[in-house]
Design a protein. Sequence first.
Length: 1007
Amino acid sequence: MPLRALLPAPVLWMRRITLGGAAALASLLAAAVMAAPPDSVDRDYSQELPRIAPLSPDQALQAFHTADGFEMQQAAAEPTVVDPIAMAFDEKGRMFVVEMRGYSEDEEQNLGRVRLLVDADNDGRFESSTVYAEGLSWPTAIVCYEGGVFVGAAPDVWYFRDNDGDGKAEEQTKVFTGFGRSNVQGLLNTFTWGLDNRIHGAVSSSGATLVKVGSSDPPLTLRGRDFSFDPRTLELRAESGGGQHGLSFDRFGRKFVCSNSDHLQMVMYEDRYGARNPYAAAPNSRQSIAADGPQADVFRNSPVEPWRIVRTRLRKQGIVPGPVEGGGTAAGYFTGATGVTLYRGDAWPAEADSWAIIGDVGSNLIHRKRLEPAGVGMIGRRIDQQSEFVTSTDIWFRPVQYGNGPDGCLYIADMYREVIEHPKSLHPVIKTHLDLTSGRDRGRIYRLAPVGFSEPERYDFEAPGALVKAIDSRNGWRRETAARLIYQSQDVRLFEPLRKLATQAALPESRIQALYALTALVTLYPELLAPALADKDPRVREHAVRLSESQAPRQAELRQLLYGMTADADLRVLHQLAFSLGALESSPARNECLADLLRAHSANPWIVFAVHSSLVEGSGSVLKTLSADVKYRQSTAGRKVLTRLAAQIARQQHPADVVALLDVVGLLAGDQPTLQALLEAMQLAPTSDLAKRIDSAASGKASEYRLEAFTAARQAVLDSKLSEAERQAAIARLTWGEWKDCSAPLAQLLQPSQPDGLQLAALDVIAEFDTPEAGRLVLDRWKSLTPRVKRQAGEVLFSRRDTTLQLLTRAADGAIAPADLDVGMLKRLALQDDPQVMQAAKAVLAKRQTSSPVELLAAYQKSLETEGDAERGRAVFTKTCAACHQMGEIGHAIGPSLPATLNRGAEAFLAAVLDPNREVNPQFLNYAFETRQGRIFSGAIASETAASIIVQQPENKKLTILRIDIEAMVNTGQSLMPEGLEKQVSVDAMADLLAFLRSDPLAAKKD
């Protein structure tokens, strides 16, 4: 029986919100609250949760408010279209629309469809439609190609085509599979034609293990990245990105994405660049660029849905679980950002060429930002102050996706639903009064046009010269469609007119598009690229540099042109040049150019990374060139670059680079600070062959400096007159000595009299020594360690097999309390293939006395009834929680805010901290990593690229692990927060902690 049938009639149709109806609804709800019994999960909220009736298509138009000069026009409405979530226009001006009728819980019913809409009289209104394809579960993406459409419906991508002209697709072929479906609001989406003649798509938060149907190629694993494919060959490729819903290129091919609570992000570089040098740790390619922050304020014109108000109130009281966002307000900030789209039409004013359009489906509005250059990247600034581009008073207005249309206007897919929300975030006490299918029979598509817009004639792509003429247009859809048709046709007769357009088109975006269209027909030889490399517009030069990559290795003329561009005035050109030079073999000329880029831009991390990614070969040559520049090597930024290069050479050990390194060491024999910095970065064992060669090259100065630095460090680590930061820096240098020389000061540092921070630093150093004595030192000091330090000590001991066995043996024998060990780690070890480790872990688990979550929660109920002491609670927080949580200025904001968790309710807080693995946010999932060197690390994934993973650990410690060093990586399914808090925090201490967390955060500042 459907939910609607279970609801009483008064609940089904309550007051309709129309223009001016918000105040009436507010009065109704206020009266209901005043007359209602206390909040609880057993209360009937029907009076506070009226069903809101939809507006008719004509009424919905009257509910809009748009910025001056624009108006919303209805292009289609039910029954012509329902539940539109994505759309694409073909070259005939027909609109293909994906209908996600199964949102949000009916994925098994395969209700999704593709509709073909036609505007026969070209009046801007699509008056007829046919069901093109159906029987899809959660379809979310569509793009046109060769008379048909590619459609994304996780886990699959399909190709549909109508071959007999009846408006229905007889050809239905599954081409890819493997996209995740774990989150209905995190599915693949937004298929987009790229400048590179590939179809790009967003993978979203559900990830993918992607395979081409019928192919034996290994799967493409995508997590935090996007993908693209060649529509002709179906060749797959990973792409940088990783947003949630929305992907767009601007007129120059720059890529933008968004996520629910991070409404505008820019992708800074292509995944292939981050993948090629396995020794270059890459920064996150996706960067937030909104000047007003990721979750910026929004200014809605609609009333807040009653269920949002009730849910926030219940969450604040802890009656139902869930985050309390926005300081406990139900709206007013981005929570459902979606569909980021860069305007690329020709109907709006020219200033709109720099506008980014983003919807917030929860606030029934469309937001816009102006993009401005900011170094290599961009920054987005709000245009509408205290207002929005488009708002509606109708809470059913759900702008989920956008598209640049054939007529130069922006089209908006309005899913038109009563409720847009992840079903798992709705507690049954609220969900009972909602119908998550309400609106399945409705949907609208709007055109956002300038006031007084005149309908242009439909463009005829089949007319003589039409394809090339379309490239030479401000209309981005027209350029893109022409490029697709050229790629499909492979008509070499278009070569000459495109060649002329590449140099003569008035618009830089047209010159760029012409160059990429040419790549579909011919090889871009120097005569085609040379003019573009010297183009007056930097964006044309930038793309010409990129397009040179395929030919420059074989064309001396092109190489010389590239070498002459290191003084270009535009940072993005230089950024691209730094990447593209990596396509060339290492040579003195190429390496000199890379050195020039570093010399001029060492303070720019994006250019430094781009150069480093290009130095798969040649790092020694660049190191040698830059080291000869005394001013450069003595600068902070310059020395940092030199250490990165030296570290790669020490790991990679290419013979030519090692020779160059030895030359540099000889040069630096008299420059102790620089040579010491290089030695520290290389992390060489003093007895290694390379360390000995370096010492010889430096005429003994390397070992002399190491010994001098080590001796000074050994004295400094115990000098109480120095600051803790100075002592920590000295502790790090103890790795320069042998174990026999540094074991004594390390043992003295692992004393209760030493601050925790110094003990943690000492443990980091101990972890670097692969000797039994190092493990024994930690084990011998175990009982004197604080819980905070014990956790890190456990990580150190568990990082190697021999010390793992030592720790487990002592715990099994009772020399160490089994309760001291992380039960999550013990459970993982009990599943290992190593029989000794597995049996030892099981033995410790058997001795570990643990209560069930139900028993723990019952025992700790007393803490809710006890009046705690906030000052004592501060001490509990500092000792037990500060490694991963922050309160005021105490601790590290790695895990979720504990006061915010407490706002969900005291009982929910206890459940979260005493049973942390009951419900784990994917952001805080703990991963275990085993390196090729035999070390084991664990932590949450902060970010990842093709070449490296940044692992977040307690104490705000971040480890960058190169993928080439990873032997195995396992999602433990457990939280970063360990089990067993009850062993450290008694019932009374929990009452104190609760009192502290309820206090003013400003009171948490250090004295």
